[in-house]
Design a protein around this ligand. Structure first.
Ligand code: AMP
Length: 270
């Protein structure tokens, strides 16, 4: 595992690799990230993992400064999985060149997290564009846990770059909690609540199947969750898998949620 700390070292190391798999991360690694790396190692000759907390995708300064960071732990974990390269860029280098074309989301895509976190996905797409130009991967491995991100990045790179996105299933713990770096900010008690909410939403799919008024059911459920667990819900919606528009559950759909437990914002989909 080679650790690459700047762009010139990166360019030399990955020059001429035809089957390069890329796993972008913001560190705070857990088994969700590890599953993507394993998938890349299976599919590609070489694998590169980036650890970079992109300031431009944070719409809130406090959220950025509170985001869990533990590079030594991350590198120790990575050593066990042994990807070929770990890229640790600096903000100065990543944003050295100005992006002339502004990234603008379609009005129809300004939903869910794009509506609640202004500029967030523009920041994500901006950094993905920079990474792809530098790394030129064949495949990028991303998690369904961040389903809207996956949808928007797929759409953004289609017809723009040669690489393909490979989507990976959400990894959960034994209490059905989706692994997330932000979980490191939660107490045991809070995590217990997250587990309960996750199971309720998993079971909600069965109930939605049986009811004639799924939207009403979800609205009542939303109110119940807020009251029972004292959480703030940014959204709880039924969205179709295809373009994330609000959807009747007759089509392939997901229950999408974003909520705050204390001051920590979590997202998931079921
Ligand atoms: P992050 O470090 O949170 O930016 O995540 C980096 C990548 O890991 C993204 O593609 C995420 O969707 C993915 N990821 C995060 N959590 C999970 C999880 N529990 N299961 C699968 N993939 C995940």
């Amino acid at each position: 595992m080679k650790v690459l700390k700047n762009i010139s070292v990166l360019k030399k190391a990955i020059n001429n690799i035809s089957s390069l798999g890329f796993v972008p991360t913001m560190g705070g690694l857990h088994n969700g990230h590890i599953s993507l790396i394993k998938e890349s190692k299976k599919k590609c000759k070489k694998t590169i993992v980036s650890i970079y907390i992109n300031p431009k995708q944070f719409n809130n300064k406090k959220d950025f400064s509170n985001y869990p960071r533990n590079l030594i732990k991350d590198l120790n974990l990575l050593k066990k999985i042994n990807p070929d390269y770990v890229f640790l860029p600096t903000t100065k280098e990543m944003y050295k060149n100005n992006n002339k074309k502004k990234i603008i989301l379609l009005k129809s895509d300004k939903i869910l997290c794009a509506k609640m976190r202004k500029g967030h996905f523009e920041g994500v797409l901006n950094i993905m564009h920079r990474f792809i130009k530098l790394i030129k991967p064949k495949y990028i491995f991303m998690g369904e846990k961040d389903f809207q991100q996956l949808y928007l990045v797929k759409k953004f790179i289609k017809n723009r770059y040669k690489c393909k996105i490979y989507s990976c299933k959400t990894i959960r713990d034994k209490n059905y909690i989706a692994l997330s770096t932000r979980n490191f900010l939660l107490s045991k008690k809070d995590l217990n609540i997250v587990g309960k909410i996750s199971r309720i939403l998993k079971n909600a799919r069965q109930k939605i199947k049986r009811t004639n008024s799924p939207f009403l059911y979800l609205n009542i459920l939303k109110k119940k969750l807020v009251k029972q667990f004292k959480i703030k819900i940014d959204y709880l919606e039924l969205c179709n898998d295809h373009n994330l528009q609000e959807s009747n559950p007759k089509k392939k759909y997901r229950i999408m949620i974003a909520f705050y437990i204390k001051k920590v914002r979590l997202i998931d989909n079921f």
